[in-house]
Design a protein around this ligand. Sequence first.
Ligand code: BES
Ligand code: ZN
Ligand code: ZN
Length: 497
Amino acid sequence: MSIVAGKQTFQSVTAETIIIGVGKHREQMKNWSEFSPFFGETLEAWIRAGEISSDRKKITKMPVATNSNIKRILFVGLGEGKTLTEENLREAFGLVGKELKALKVNDFAVWLDSFVSPTIEEVDVAFLAGEGIPMGFYKVPHYKTTSNEVDTYLDRIELITKGNLEEAVESFEVGQIYAEAVNEARNLVNLPPNMLTPTDLANYAVELAKEYDFEVEILNKAQLEELGMGGILSVNQGSSEEPRLITLKYQAKDKWEDVLAFVGKGVTYDTGGYSLKPREGMVGMKGDMGGAAAVLGAMKIIGETRPKRNVVAVIGATDNMVSGTAFKPDDVITTYSGKTVEVLNTDAEGRLVLGDAVSYAKQQGANYLIDVATLTGGVIIALGMDKTGALTNNEEFFESFMEATIETGEFVWRLPLTESDKKRIRKSDMADLNNSPGRDGHMIFGGGFVGEFAEDTPWIHLDIAGTSEAKAPYDLGPKGATGAMVRTLAAFATKTK
Ligand code: BES
Ligand code: ZN
Ligand code: ZN
């Protein structure tokens, strides 16, 4: 979406489709008279008669026969204004995006004031529309040669407001930046694994760095060997694809201090290695780089919006394959930190990759660490598919992060990490740590293992194994990759100093 035009009145709208909110609250009714050129008094009567629903998230499509360009109106039910949350409104706009996609519309107008409620003002409406509509409009790229679908894009938007147009446009544009970064992260996760190798992921990061003037470093296999990164290297051992350690730096302050690090799991395919996944469990493991995608998506937003915060992104990229050279259960490896690990399960590979990436982030000056990973099936058992699981070693840091999740509407729930959990991670006859202490509460062991490498640096672990992919369509997107945590990471970097 490129052009955002602002209009003060309906008479001047040139878009085909107008989006209008219909709340149950009376205040908004008074504006209906604005429609008189098109509808006369009938509109209000239709709403009262229930022809146009004001039920929350109900969309009513109505054709318009006038001598203007307007072909149809999408009425968006908002329910009671006083209970309407920002997340409700974001989701409602997501549904609007889906409707626009189904109608193959590429130009539309949003009447901003019609969505204003007692708790949500017009600038926020503009942001949520800018974010929700393109998220809902997102289409999963496919390779069907028989498809004759016409591609549509949202390329022309008119915002209608009697308020501060400039402010609304700006806010809408920031919303769009967030949505487009989510959609790009979704594309990365949806890509088939033969089309997204660790090298491809690194190339993507280099492109981002060029576009946004980030400092970038890509370490190849020989360089990782030189550094002694036994974690990522052992996972990569069975592969014919080289691993990559990707580092992006965004420096917003004169000094490289108070550095926030985003560390992503970039396993481009997880077979489980010799602790092989069952065939049903393996399908979908192209998405095991969802953490890396979240980090790259957030960096794109940061590149666009340029917050006043130093940020370093570190991504460990490799696949986890089987071959005569692959690592095996019973192997003992030495990580970049110097800590040794007894490998009990080669399918618990993410934590090995992340351990090295976290140590590297610290070495790059990280003062705060957030790792993001599709780390365990355990988080799905514990919290379901729609909640990201978290661990932390620092209450204050975590609380401040939770404020960002409330802003973005991404649900995060913290699990405990106790001394006895840590004891089990450190229990091994052979090494300092073991990578698989057991299946009971294993989301905690997965994240807790990564925490061993964070040591005393304030750290948050986010397990997105459930939230990174949707098994069915939802209000803000189709089935497939969700772009989980892209918006929250960026919002957190933006709101903190
Ligand atoms: N990539 C998987 C976790 C996963 C599961 C992601 C389902 C997305 C959906 C991870 O590497 C893994 O295999 N974890 C194991 C850990 C176990 C061996 C301790 C798991 O969760 O079963
Ligand atoms: Zn695994
Ligand atoms: Zn994995």
